[in-house]
Design a protein around this ligand. Structure first.
Ligand code: NDP
Length: 251
């Protein structure tokens, strides 16, 4: 794990969007970013979960978050553009985005991958991130110009860096995420916007439990254990690091 001690004020005055903020790693990241001073925009599809995160942040006395209810399976480009306009009006800046929401799909031999499920996994894990990034880029670039830096952080997986039998659509989608990160990092060089990806490694969440139902979840790291790296990459201490793939749980 990264030995990084984030100052409590690391993200003061920053506005950070987290996708899939209602559960698992995204939920923990949203709480952690807020605890370090950020105004967090909680994006997700289950409003009750987002409200619970909102309430927890409010009760802790951290900057009040905003809620952006979106189902990444169905949202369109105009949806995302409208959202970006709202963020620009409401906050005037966007310092960071954690692209975290993800769909596992069904693990199966390649020959049995269902086309419908392939489409859903690609839609949630890849296309929605492409469209959301495209819509948010003007605001993110402007923020970097005005305030010196901004961070786009994509979420990959071990199987997005080395293919593995039966991980089909999910693995392929994560390779695409890595590709998107590299293309963007290269294009945004010298803009102050850094673009990186993170592989959380096996982490105690619902997604992990559905992929490995028989394992002892208590032996896994928790989302909270990973937060030093997430903070490092979201905050200004990682300025200049771009186009890189990070591992939250090095062997
Ligand atoms: P969880 O399944 O616990 O959480 C995923 C989050 O994404 C949930 O908040 C979920 O919302 C949201 N989400 C899923 N589909 C949609 C959608 N269509 N629209 C909006 N939101 C959606 O997963 P993890 O926290 O484990 O995973 C987070 C990221 O880390 C993912 O990208 C995953 O691929 C990656 N990862 C995780 C690992 C692990 O071991 N946990 C290992 C390697 C990578 P809702 O709660 O409403 O369903």
């Amino acid at each position: 794990m990264l030995d990084y001690q984030a100052p409590a004020t690391l993200l003061n005055n920053k506005v950070i969007l987290v996708t899939g903020a209602g559960d698992g790693i995204g939920r923990e990241a949203a709480l952690t970013f807020a605890a370090h001073g950020a105004t967090v925009i909680l994006l997700g599809r289950t409003v009750a979960k987002l409200e619970a995160v909102y309430d927890q942040i409010e009760a802790a006395g951290h900057p009040l978050p905003a809620i952006a209810p979106v189902d990444l399976k169905g949202a369109t480009a105009s949806h995302y553009r409208g959202m970006a306009e709202t963020f620009a009006e409401q906050f005037g800046r966007l310092d960071g985005v954690l692209f975290n929401a993800g769909l596992l799909g069904t693990l199966s031999p390649f020959e049995h991958i269902q086309e419908k499920e392939w489409d859903e996994v690609m839609q949630v894990n890849v296309k929605s991130e492409f469209l959301l990034t495209q819509a948010l880029l003007p605001l993110v670039r402007q923020t970097a110009k005005q305030h010196g830096e901004a961070s786009l952080l994509y979420t990959s997986s071990s199987v997005g860096r080395k293919g593995r039998a039966y991980w089909g659509s999910y693995a392929i989608s994560k390779f695409a995420v890595e590709g998107m990160m590299e293309v963007l990092a290269d294009e945004l060089e010298n803009t102050g916007v850094r673009v990186n990806s993170i592989n959380p490694g096996g982490t105690r969440t619902k997604m992990r439990a559905s992929a490995f139902p028989a394992e002892d979840a208590m032996a896994l790291k928790t989302p909270a254990d990973l937060m030093p790296l997430y903070l490092y990459l979201m905050g200004a201490d990682s300025q200049g690091k771009t186009g890189q793939t990070f591992v939250a749980q090095p062997k």
